[in-house]
Design a protein around this ligand. Structure first.
Ligand code: NDP
Length: 254
């Protein structure tokens, strides 16, 4: 357990906070001293996490919202501003992975991945950037950390749409950094390899399931806590340092 309150006084928003990487990051950032706003759809999970963080001495609020609904995302941003003040750390992390052979024409799954991983990610950026810019002006620095994936760089059969959404996240982040850096808002793309979370539990494609099972047997996957530590590290860097892209792989993953 970390004891250094390197993020004391910071206000962090974490999307996808109801499970996996987002939940672990919310707990870690709270341990580092940040007040955290937890965004996801499953309100019961968020309430449990708020209670746990509170019990450990942290400050957290639950803000149930669907990131693919721009009005809900704006309402979430307004609540954060009213209850915690301007956010100066946005971990934009909600996402889904629904691989399928392209010839299956799984258009509903294509659309869901695009709606959440791309449109949702952008709605969150749009709603919170005013707060990040204001906070950076007042406090000297703010962070926007987008969860991409090793899929943004690598090639996996049946994952074309998912990896395409993540390539979008990485390239968009690089461009946004050039725009927001001069306003003291750092932008980073975080690209994990395999992490043990609920992400694969939504996968229905046999080929992808077989590949994931094989990888589970042959490689020790990252834990959500490993990724959480990377987020804490990025946000704790001196204001002049922007780690623009961080690829975090299990040691044994090719
Ligand atoms: P989980 O499935 O455990 O977490 C996904 C989170 O996203 C949940 O909290 C879920 O909450 C939230 N979410 C999904 N849809 C929406 C929505 N419409 N609105 C709001 N929140 C939503 O998986 P991970 O922790 O692994 O995933 C987090 C991120 O990490 C994703 O972007 C994923 O692509 C990325 N990633 C994961 C890797 C891995 O191996 N696990 C590797 C590389 C990247 P709820 O259902 O309650 O809304």
């Amino acid at each position: 357990m970390p004891t250094n309150k390197t993020l004391d006084g910071r206000v962090a928003v974490i999307t996808g906070a109801s499970s996996g990487i987002g939940a672990a990051t919310a707990e870690h950032l709270a341990e580092l001293g940040a007040s955290v706003a937890l965004v996801a759809r499953r309100a019961d999970r968020l309430d449990e996490l708020v209670a746990r963080i509170g019990k450990n001495g942290g400050t957290a609020i639950a803000v149930a919202a669907d990131v693919s609904d721009p009005a809900a995302v704006q309402a979430a941003a307004d609540r954060v501003e009213a209850e915690l003040g301007d956010a100066d750390l946005l971990f934009n992390n909600a996402g889904v992975m629904l691989p399928a052979p392209i010839e299956d024409r799984a258009t509903e799954q294509w659309q869901r991945q695009i709606d959440i991983n791309i449109s949702g990610l952008m709605y969150v950026i749009g709603a919170f950037v005013p707060q990040l810019v204001r906070a950076a002006g007042e406090r000297g620095v703010a962070d926007l950390i987008n969860t991409s994936s090793i899929g943004a760089q690598s090639v996996f059969p049946n994952f074309a749409v998912y990896t395409g959404t993540k390539a979008y996240v990485t390239h968009m982040s690089r461009n946004l950094r050039a725009e927001l850096g001069r306003k003291n808002v750092r932008v980073s793309a975080l690209e994990p390899g395999l992490v043990t979370t609920e992400l694969a539990s939504h996968v229905t494609d046999d080929g992808a399931l077989e590949w994931l099972d094989g990888a589970r047997d042959s490689v020790e996957w990252l834990t959500p806590g490993d990724v959480a530590r990377a987020v804490g590290y990025l946000a704790g860097l001196p204001a002049r340092v922007n780690f623009q892209q961080l690829t975090l792989m299990p040691t044994g993953q090719v």
